[in-house]
Design a protein around this ligand. Structure first.
Ligand code: SAM
Length: 205
């Protein structure tokens, strides 16, 4: 990923949501984007021009637009009509964004338009975040990377965030993922953890 004097940026046309420009690049603010916070804190997966991405919880396309500056094709799933309008505008200006009005809990609905992807990214803030990721794992290539932005308060506001984190890791491992990196996103996002996973190849017959 590109940094200018330590500032994370992306190489695309600006003016998507009032982001700052720096040396002709778009500043990718870790306070506005959990993925930028992950890059700031822990590295995160490199996104390259040949990569396909399935992005669940696209909202108005803020982070999607930065991912699209780096990736090949981004399939961006959002189920709320209002943010979808902004996402459509992002897709109009970036030819590699495929906006999908769909429900991430029901991937069969968008399976006909999504190919298998190198990166599965999820930021849906729902109670069953691990379950949703596992349902969408069918789209991930073997050897691909999944990133789950875990909002612990959406799982259960009364429970200890670290317990929810541990339980989520267990669910992902039981579902066939290796969790290769995990970090809390403070100070950028409170009670959010990023879980970076790879898909364990099935055992040889
Ligand atoms: N990823 C966005 C960003 O960085 O710009 C922010 C995402 S926001 C925290 C969560 C989004 O997930 C909301 O726009 C919400 O409508 C969407 N969402 C929640 N449940 C969903 C579901 N089951 N299917 C698709 N989108 C969902």
């Amino acid at each position: 990923m590109i940094r200018i004097d330590g500032v994370l940026v992306s190489p695309g046309e600006g003016g998507v949501y009032g982001e700052r420009m720096l040396g002709g690049y778009r500043v990718w603010d870790p306070y506005r984007s959990k993925l930028a916070a992950l890059y700031q804190k822990s590295g995160g997966p490199e996104i390259t021009p040949g990569m396909t991405v399935l992005y669940l919880g696209a909202a108005n396309g803020t982070t999607v637009s930065h991912v699209a500056d780096y990736a090949g094709t981004v399939y961006a799933v959002e189920y709320a009509p209002r943010p979808m309008q902004d996402l459509l505008e992002v897709a109009r200006r970036r030819k590699n964004v495929v906006p999908i009005l769909g429900d991430a809990t029901a991937p069969a609905g968008y399976a006909p338009v999504v190919e298998t992807v190198d990166l599965l990214y999820q930021d849906v803030a729902q109670p069953d975040q691990a379950g949703i990721l596992l349902k969408n794992a069918v789209f991930l290539k073997t050897g691909g990377t999944a990133v789950l932005m875990l909002k612990t308060r959406s799982v259960d506001i009364r429970r200890d965030p670290s317990d929810i984190h541990a339980e989520t890791v267990e669910m992902l491992v039981a579902g066939g993922f290796d969790v290769i990196d995990s970090c809390w996103l403070e100070p950028y996002h409170r009670d959010h953890a990023a879980l970076v996973c790879t898909r364990t190849p099935p055992p040889a017959p």
